[in-house]
Every structure is written in C-alpha cells, then in structure tokens.
Write a protein that binds this ligand. Structure first.
Ligand code: CP
Length: 309
C-alpha cells in the first residue's frame, strides 16, 4: 500500500491485516509500551483544511508513539489564506521532504490529487462527502473486538447518509467484510446511489433497527447543506423525534446491540444522552481509543511499504 485514500478497492485480507496490526497496537499501548524506533527520522505532517478533534489528535499521538517528527500545520494561519493553492501548498511541503502527509479537505478527491503530486505517502483523513477510511477501520476494530467478527452482523447506519464520508467508508468496509448493512434516514438524506452500494434502505427507524447488532448514529452535517439544514430536515426537535436514537428506539435492536457514533455528537439531535452515555451499550469512547491504534497501524504499514523510501 503506497497511500491510504479510500476503503473502496481494498480487499478483505488487506483490511484484516490492518485490523490485526491495530489490535497489536491496542495491546502495546495498554501495556504502557511504545515503539519509537519504527518511524524515527520520518516526518509526518497533519494538513487539515477542516476542523477536527479526534482524527488530528490521534494521528499526532500515533505518529509520536512510533517515533515520527509530527508537525501540525495550522491552515488557518498558513499562506493558504494569502491565496496559495492546494497544489502549491503540497509542492512546498514536498520540498521539505515530508514522509507522511495526513490530509483533511472539504473537496472530495483532494487527497487523491495530492497523492499524484507529492512523494510522501498520503493518508485521507476525510475528504468532502467521499471517504474517511481510518474512521471505518477504527469502527471495524471496535466492532470486531466486541463481537468477535464482522461477518454476518447486521449494522444499521442512521441519519445523514447523503453528506457522510463516514457512512460511505463504513458501507464499503462492512460490505467487503461480510456484514449486512442497512441505512436509515429521511429520503432527503439518503443518496440516490444507496441501492448501488448494496445496502438496504429504510425510512422508518423502528423498522430499520429491528434485530440490528450495531447501531451507528451520524451527525447532521449542516455545514454541507448550504449553510443550514436547507429544507432537508425538519427542526432539530422533529428530527430527534423521528430519527434520533433514544431508549425506546434502541429497544428494537438485539438486546446486546452496540451503539456507535464517530463524533462529534449533537446530543438531543441525533442521539439521546442517556443512550450515548450508557456503558452497557455505548462504545463511543472505545471508538476514540481504537482510533489511535488504527492510525498507528496505518502509519506502520505505509512506512514498511516504503513511504518516501
Ligand atoms: N470522527 C471524526 O472524524 O472526528 P473529528 O472531526 O473530531 O476528527
């Protein structure tokens, strides 16, 4: 693997190997150990054109735990604000001989474009509505650790599917690994190509959640709806009534179904606090922990594949 730009196109053994390696990093980190020799002398640059808490911080932690020099480029105070283009910014970073470039951008395809222009290994940290591959990997690791498998599970992804790169990456990964994927949401938030992606579509939340093993809630991505909800959804209160996850709707799933959310959460909009904070069902904090391990596994894999080598 030269870059990690998308889950689409990865084969089950590649996904399985990344998850196995991430599992080993969970155990290493929990035992208080690091592996700082692996990326010693390598430079990782975090280049985030959109806000992030979890992804950027966990890539920084992952890089440091493997011994890399990590630079968080602040786009808001960079020369991007003076009109420098994405490609000129990339060429500048390339001249500094960066080894690993972690990119988040509002335009779908931006990391792919960069990957053609720089020598560094490029990792997509979320591009527009396209993909967020490391999020899907950490979600899969969380599920696999709790359920022991991905194959045969019924996973319900609920909410704003249309604007969600998390949903797209999860659909590709879970389908590839043999899960049955359902998407649930109002017709305005289900993309036209959902059927082509091989998922079952539900507009009724109670029907879609029936018998599910996993419930993955998504945030309403208002920033991708033209500045507001743009008429795609009713008020937040109405949305919660029909599409928000509360204890009553969760009761439709299997009794041991897990509740997931990639974050950031909008409590009371797509998820009730009592469900989000229920330690018996919610694995939302565990997802964050798995994020660091998955990103260590991705950096490790790309480094061994000869990032800038
Ligand atoms: N899940 C996720 O991508 O979170 P951040 O936007 O905080 O990175």
């Amino acid at each position: 693997m030269r870059h990690l730009l998308a889950i689409e196109g990865l084969h089950p053994p590649q996904i399985g190997q990344l998850l196995d390696l991430a599992e080993s990093y969970v155990l290493l980190t929990r035992s208080g150990k690091t592996q700082r020799d692996l990326l010693r002398g390598r430079t990782l640059i975090n280049l985030f054109f959109e806000d992030s808490t979890r992804t950027r911080t966990s890539f920084e932690l992952a890089g440091k735990r493997l011994g890399a020099d990590v630079i968080n480029m602040s786009v808001s105070t960079s020369s991007v604000n003076k009109g420098e283009t994405l490609l000129d910014t990339a060429a500048t970073l390339n001249a500094m001989h960066c080894d690993l470039l972690v990119v988040r951008h509002g335009q779908s395809g931006a990391p792919n474009l960069l990957a053609q222009k720089v020598d560094a290994a490029v990792i997509n940290a979320g591009d527009g509505t396209h993909e967020h591959p490391t999020q899907a990997l950490l979600d899969a690791l969380t599920i696999r650790r709790r359920k022991g498998r991905l194959e045969g599970l019924t996973v319900a992804i609920c909410g704003d599917i249309a604007h969600s790169r998390v949903a797209r990456s999860n659909i590709h990964l879970l389908s590839t690994m043999g899960s049955r994927v359902r998407v649930i949401g109002p017709p305005t938030l289900i993309p036209a190509e959902a059927g082509r992606l091989g998922v079952e579509v539900f507009h009724d939340m109670n029907a879609g959640l029936a018998g599910a093993d996993i419930v993955m809630m998504l945030r309403l991505q208002r920033e991708r709806m033209g500045g507001g909800s743009g008429g795609l959804v009713p008020s937040a209160r109405e949305y919660f009534r029909f599409w928000g996850l509360d204890a009553a709707k969760l009761a439709r799933t299997k009794p041991d179904a897990l509740v997931m959310h990639p974050g950031p959460m909008n409590r009371g909009v797509e998820i009730d606090s009592a469900v989000a904070d229920d330690p018996a069902r919610s694995v939302i904090r565990e997802q964050v922990e798995m994020g660091v391990a998955v990103r260590m596994a991705v950096l490790d894999t790309l480094a061994r594949s000869g990032a800038n080598g």
